[in-house]
Design a protein around this ligand. Structure first.
Ligand code: FAD
Ligand code: NAI
Length: 479
């Protein structure tokens, strides 16, 4: 007889494992099936985020920033160093160690919360059961029965098969590029989105010459364009060569280098690199996941079709995270997992899709939540904008990081905060205040009347909220 569970979760990334833990906390018998395979063939829970995404990339961003600071900034603080040397082996060991600690922690968390962790590939059958192929032996299969099934299969990098197919040596995805054991002299990146900028920054700071090819004419087209312009200026200062409106038509690789053909305003051109990262987005991972006739359908972009509450077309089957519509972000994935586990338990739960923060962990950091000024204009929403220049923030000065800006957008009549956009130091942490404020539907005045510690970067939030009504203290206000 098939082993049975109240809830079976397929996928153990930031969508799946929190869903499994919350379902177990809600008193259910739960299994979490995961098939993540590392380059050495070993298994680890945590999905893309912990193994190949958020965590290792942040570890490398942090380490490369230290190296950059030691080379270029510490002397401004009066800290003199001898010759600064890069020990990439130690840097990479540190990254791998953090990943190992966190991913093995997930296995323990699952077990500790009473979830059955299962290593293997899950497939939804047409009779509603789940077939599990053993992780180590493809010929071993087991069928599980679940009253509720949650699909959290995640995503994979998009490959430009006809232009720049991965060879895993010279033309690679972001995962391979995180684990290089030497710094490429010349690095090309196709895609000037989040991965392109984060990975480009890591290797630039470690000494590579980096060129980013972005097909769109606007830099960071999804971000508020005032903030994007400041970020673009600072990336240029770092030395990233970002080519906008540049379409790569061919990348021809041999074992040691790759020649990229691209076209921009100046016509067709060629550049040669030691390595090329392709970072043009990710696609839902649904390979061998759904048996024909299982009742779960895909939308026209290949994502699993779900409603606002992540219900698929089939009763009692949910899908969450990167394999469904919405931003491909770990925190969005997790919140959907928690929502679904609570809905299954009959609780009231929802995800507020209007208030999901986005962060780019470069230097400067870029973070935003809610609407951009461009979106408000397009939607015809009457608004007031207030910006504060972080050059006037005392803490930022003390940190030798006094650049960037914070921008608040509030409704012209109700004063409700509609969007907050930050470029500058610790934007990833500052944005949390805006997220909480917007979740509580705060007005700009609510932030204006909230006491912020001095000296702190967060005073920039206070000042930007004041600027909405032309009342910032450390600024010359418009009359
Ligand atoms: P995944 O993390 O992809 O997990 C899915 C899991 O399910 C995987 O382990 C997979 O092997 C497994 N699986 C798939 N199919 C099956 C099956 N049939 N049976 C069993 N198991 C299966 N997001 C952020 O919010 N912040 C960041 O800083 C950030 N940085 C990133 C950096 C990089 C380089 C990359 C690539 C991504 C980054 N992301 C970041 C995005 C983030 O990683 C994803 O949004 C997040 O991992 C999605 O979670 P998920 O659980 O939906 O999918
Ligand atoms: P992305 O969608 O952020 O950026 C892809 C970029 O490539 C876009 O700017 C697009 O215009 C460009 N592009 C597409 N095709 C192109 C082509 N042929 N030539 C040149 N440019 C082209 O996708 P990315 O950077 O691959 O990241 C994937 C996902 O991972 C994102 O959705 C993001 O949400 C998530 N992620 C999140 C991070 C974070 O939260 N800090 C960090 C890294 C990834």
């Amino acid at each position: 007889m098939a082993k049975s569970y109240d809830v079976i979760v397929i996928g153990g990334g930031p969508a799946g494992y929190p869903a499994a833990i919350r379902a177990a906390q809600n008193g259910f018998k739960v299994a979490c099936i995961d098939s993540w395979k590392n380059f050495d063939g070993s298994h680890a829970f945590g999905g893309t985020c912990l193994n190949a995404g958020c965590i290792p990339s942040k570890a490398m961003l942090e380490s490369s920033e230290m190296f950059h600071k030691a080379n270029h900034e510490l002397s401004k603080h009066g800290v003199k160093l001898g010759k600064v040397e890069l020990d990439l082996k130690t840097m990479q060991e540190r990254r791998a160690g953090i990943v190992k600690q966190l991913t093995s922690g997930i296995g323990q968390l699952l077990k500790g919360n009473g979830v059955d962790p299962i290593k293997g590939h899950g497939r939804l059958l047409k009779d509603g059961k789940v077939e599990v192929t053993d992780f180590d032996d493809d010929s071993k299969k087991e069928v599980l029965e679940g009253k509720h099934i949650v699909i959290a299969a995640g995503s994979q990098p998009i490959e430009l098969k006809s232009v720049a197919p991965f060879d895993d040596e010279v033309i690679v995805d972001s995962w391979r590029a995180l684990e290089w054991d030497s710094v490429p002299k010349k690095l090309g990146v196709i895609g000037g989105g989040v991965i392109g900028l984060e990975m480009g920054s890591v290797w630039k700071r470690l000494g590579a010459e980096v060129t980013v090819f972005e097909a769109m004419d606007n830099f960071l087209f999804m971000a508020d364009q005032q903030v994007a312009k400041v970020a673009q200026r600072d990336f240029k200062k770092l030395g990233l060569d970002i080519k906008l409106g540049a379409k790569v038509s061919k990348a021809k690789a041999n074992k040691k280098s790759v020649t990229v053909t691209y076209e921009d305003k100046s016509g067709e051109q060629e550049m040669k690199f030691d390595k090329l990262i392709v970072a043009v987005g990710r696609r839902p991972y649904t390979e061998n996941l759904l048996e024909d006739g299982c009742g779960v359908n895909l939308d026209d972009r290949g994502f699993i079709k779900v409603d606002e509450e992540c219900r698929t077309d089939k009763a009692n089957i949910y899908a969450i995270g990167d394999c469904v519509r919405g931003p491909m972000l770990a925190h969005k994935a997790t919140e959907e997992g928690i929502m679904v586990a609570d809905l299954i338990a009959g609780k009231v739960a929802e995800v507020n899709y209007d208030v999901i923060p986005s962060v780019i962990y470069t230097h400067p950091e870029v973070a935003w939540v809610g609407k951009t000024e461009e979106q408000l204009k397009e939607e015809g929403v009457p608004y007031k904008a207030g910006t504060f220049n972080m050059a006037a923030n005392g803490r930022a000065k003390a940190m030798e990081a006094a650049s960037g800006l914070i921008k608040f957008l509030a409704h012209e009549k109700s004063d409700e905060i509609l969007g907050v956009h930050i470029v500058g130091p610790m934007a990833s942490e500052l944005i949390a205040e805006a997220v909480v404020a917007m979740e509580f539907r705060a007005s700009a005045e609510d932030i204006q009347r909230t006491i912020h510690a001095h000296p702190a970067l967060a005073e920039g939030m206070h000042e930007a909220a004041l600027a909405v009504d032309n009342m910032a203290i450390h600024a010359i206000n418009k009359k």
